[in-house]
Write a new protein. Structure first.
Length: 162
């Protein structure tokens, strides 16, 4: 089979100028034929890239589906947590409201200027009472020692009864 006649297929050579393929064949040039061929070539190239574009689109749709599924699961989890929190708030609301009057009274007491003197008063009491308590403990220890000695000593009546 010999060489095929017709339009050149494949990439154009950089050394060959774009000319009307029917030029020199005795057929008058058709206006816009070069534009039409250029347009057909671009369309063919676009169609050749279509499978890869569709593959990319399918992959992107899959990722979008996965992201949507994850978002839906997150929303469902958030709703469950919200429901649990609402239940806890309802359960705690009444006891907290019952504490309010007492807390207000405590607040009034703590606002009293006398409360500011409590730490100094406690320090003075501590400083005054600790030596007394220490003395009492020492005296208790001495009295305990004396009573122990007296308990161990035989009584005069006990020795005669034997």
């Amino acid at each position: 089979m010999g060489p095929r006649l017709g339009l050149r297929r494949g990439l154009r050579s950089r050394t060959v100028a774009d000319v009307d393929p029917f030029r020199g064949l005795g057929i008058p040039g058709i206006p816009g034929l070069g534009d039409l061929l250029s347009l057909l070539q671009k369309q063919t190239e676009a169609l050749a890239q279509l499978p890869r574009t569709l593959t990319d689109l399918n992959r992107t749709i899959g990722e979008l589906t996965a992201a949507t599924t994850l978002a839906r699961e997150t929303i469902e989890s958030t709703q469950r947590i919200t429901e649990r929190l609402e239940g806890l708030v309802e359960e705690l609301q009444e006891p907290v409201r019952a504490l309010k009057p007492g807390l207000e009274r405590v607040g009034k007491v703590l606002d009293d200027p006398a409360v500011d003197t409590v730490p100094e008063t406690l320090r003075r009491i501590h400083d005054d009472l600790m030596p007394l308590i220490s003395g009492l403990r020492a005296a208790q220890t001495r009295v305990g020692s004396v009573t122990d000695v007296l308990r161990r000593r035989p009584r005069s009546g006990d020795a005669q009864d034997s």
